[in-house]
Design a binder for this molecule. Structure first.
Ligand code: NAD
Length: 275
């Protein structure tokens, strides 16, 4: 008996076997969930069909979340077979990769609006449609990043979007709580995926996080999948409005424990001036 037995839900954001959504789908499947998946466009179809087949998923929908009619159509299709739904994973983000490098001040209005629409508003658009099917309560989960809380180079407009996404989690939690619907986010550490490699100097960001994290490693899609399954299951029935870090502890420290104090540059004169 898995912890997701008798639960069914929809996964948005599966592109390939590197996607965080794939880590979550596998963990949910292992725990007995019945799944439906959506993908963004024709280019992803064959790969997503293959992945879905491996988990015996037959409900597969094409849905660009910037198209609200497509969201409606998808839920209409789901409702034909399922009279209710227990959970949704929203693992979607997009921004023009040319603006995920260089100076933040060069963010264009057009890309600001697109990034906010696809990466942030889509959660509310999905929630407004899904909550009607969550008759026995439910769980919504999205994926954020530490760039929502602290600024880092290159993440730029995506950091602003993730901050808005985390605020959206809290407002949806407040709004949907009386219906027994919980809304949470995982703030994942850097993982090599198609979306992530669009961020400038991503390899170095990953290495930096590994070196500075208490656990001295990067996290995997399986790490994210296991925590996501807990947040989508009844094991987290008392948890909502939460941003749960799955980042090997990176967010919790200001300096790595093996910082090389002996060899770090040190200016004796300026230290004495400030003493
Ligand atoms: P990914 O490229 O595998 O997944 C991104 C998904 O977003 C893809 O399936 C893509 O098709 C989908 N998408 C983009 N625009 C869409 C649209 N208009 N309509 C429908 N779908 C759309 O990359 P990922 O890293 O698995 O990203 C999943 C989520 O995790 C994103 O929100 C990302 O910001 C977040 N995240 C990733 C990392 C990381 O390091 N990989 C860390 C923290 C948070």
């Amino acid at each position: 008996m898995g912890i997701m037995n008798c639960k069914r839900g929809l996964i948005l954001g599966l592109a390939n076997e590197y996607s965080l959504a794939w880590g979550v789908a596998q963990a949910l499947h292992r725990e007995g969930a019945e799944l439906a998946v959506s993908f963004q466009g024709e280019r992803q179809r064959d790969r997503v069909l293959d992945l879905a087949g491996r988990l015996e998923i037959s409900k597969i929908f094409e849905c660009d979340v910037s198209n609200y009619d497509a969201i409606d159509q998808m839920f209409n299709e789901i409702e034909k077979d399922w009279d209710s739904i227990d959970f949704i994973l929203h693992a979607i983000g997009y921004s023009d990769r040319n603006e995920l490098r260089g100076r933040f001040i060069h963010t264009s209005l057009n890309n600001f609006l697109t990034t906010m629409n696809v990466s942030v508003f889509s959660l509310t658009a999905i929630a407004s449609r899904a909550h009607r099917m969550m008759k026995r309560g439910g769980s919504l989960l999205t994926i954020s990043y530490f760039g929502a809380e602290k600024a880092l180079p290159n993440y730029n407009i995506m950091g602003v979007a993730k901050a808005a996404l985390e605020a959206t989690v809290r407002y949806l939690a407040l709004d949907l709580g009386p219906e027994g619907i919980r809304v949470n986010a995982i703030s994942a550490g850097p993982i090599k995926t198609v979306a992530a490699t669009g961020i400038g100097d991503f390899r170095q960001i990953m290495q930096y996080c590994k070196n500075a994290s208490p656990l001295r490693r990067n996290v995997s899609i399986d790490d994210v999948g296991n925590v996501a399954t807990y947040l989508l299951s009844h094991w987290s029935d008392g948890v909502t409005g939460e941003i749960h870090h799955v980042d090997a502890g990176f967010h919790a420290v200001a300096m790595p424990s093996d910082f090389d104090f002996d060899n770090a540059p040190f200016d004796e004169d300026s230290y004495n001036e400030n003493a």
